[in-house]
Design a binder for this molecule. Structure first.
Ligand code: FDA
Length: 311
């Protein structure tokens, strides 16, 4: 419950324009702990650096909801460009996309959804290049549409080219997981980063954690590929025990963490022979992403304030 109050306060304050302007102008040096630069060249350099420690990457061009066709198309073009740029640098273009940033919810000719049309171009390009696209999960109002669009994309391009995310704080996620089973989907399981009402999301952290474990175990038992995306050491240890005791091979799952968080754990898991992938956000539009990271952990507020005072 306290977690929720803390998160609501930070996101509430962060959402105010003057605060955004202040943080944007004073906190870039702090944000760089979580964001791998503003350009695609800096993102590619970060991918190469992680690779030296045996860690894979998941590129994320930062950007959230856009409300016009041109901006959505322009954003999609930038994603297509980074896919091509990564492939040209010898990197498998594995990336995440927020459908709201490429036009989800905007109807174009014949009533088609612009986000879906752009996602088809991006997933099609990933398939052509041997890459992968994970559709990030946003707030609960987008879950139905995202899962429907995911289903259509898997039907067209296959589960080797596209995956999506389920959030364990949502009451609906266990049912969503089993509904998707026929697709053999590649799913990233997360706890959930948005401020959601109690009618749809569990308010108590222990329940969110228990739901997280159930989702991971059910998806593994169903024989599907799981991205265990968390920094929670006890969940990670339990997942390791689960796969060991159920004879599940290391090729059926990977651990995923966010850029700049628990680097020690990322390295030690990779050294133990587990696949580890880091979600690597980059781009000029870093503020909303950065605010969610701060809202996850009280100690981060002090970290930001200290950085701003220095900065
Ligand atoms: P929890 O919050 O319980 O933290 C466990 C421990 O991790 C903490 O005690 C601390 O040590 C460390 N930690 C966690 N957050 C930290 C932070 N910000 N700074 C410093 N230390 C921190 N969410 C979503 O809604 N949609 C999505 O598509 C995604 N995608 C995604 C991809 C990947 C690869 C990851 C790892 C996470 C996401 N998330 C997400 C975010 C997710 O929902 C969640 O908010 C964060 O992962 C934090 O939760 P943990 O599982 O780490 O556990």
């Amino acid at each position: 419950m306290l977690d929720r109050i803390y998160r609501a306060s930070v996101l509430g304050v962060a959402g105010r324009k003057p605060i955004e302007q202040l943080v944007r102008s004073r906190a870039w040096s702090v944000a760089q702990r979580f964001v791998a630069g503003e350009s695609s060249a800096s993102a590619i350099a970060a991918v190469q650096e992680l690779a030296r420690d045996g860690i894979l990457s998941n590129l994320d061009l930062l950007g959230e909801f856009v409300d016009n066709v041109d901006a959505a198309n322009e954003f999609a073009e930038k994603i297509l460009a980074i896919q091509n740029e990564a492939a040209a640098a010898g990197i498998r273009p594995y990336l995440s996309v927020k459908l709201s940033s490429v036009g989800q919810g905007q109807a174009v000719e014949y009533g088609e959804d612009l986000g879906y049309l752009n996602a088809r171009r991006i997933v099609g390009n990933a398939r052509r290049l041997g890459g992968f696209v994970c559709l990030d999960m946003e707030d609960h109002l987008r879950v139905d549409q995202t899962l429907q669009q995911f289903r259509a994309l898997v039907a067209e391009f296959g589960h080797e080219s596209v995956g999506t995310v389920l959030q364990s704080y949502l009451y609906r996620s266990e049912a969503d997981r089993s509904d998707l089973d026929d697709l053999r989907p590649n799913l990233r399981i997360v706890k959930g980063a948005y401020l959601e009402p109690g009618s749809v999301a569990m308010p108590v952290k222990a329940d969110v954690d228990a739901s997280y474990r159930r989702l991971v175990y059910a998806h593994l038992k169903a024989g599907n590929y799981v991205n265990v995306a968390t920094h929670d050491p006890s969940i990670i240890d339990d997942a390791k025990m689960f796969v060991l005791s159920h004879g599940i091979p290391k090729t059926q799952f990977e651990f995923q963490m966010l850029y700049g968080i628990r680097r020690d754990l990322q390295k030690s898991l990779a050294a133990e022979g587990f696949t580890v992938r880091v979600y690597l956000p980059y781009g000029r539009d870093w503020y909303a992403y950065f605010s969610r990271r701060i809202a996850e952990r009280p100690a981060n507020v002090m970290f930001v304030l200290r950085g701003m005072m220095r900065g």
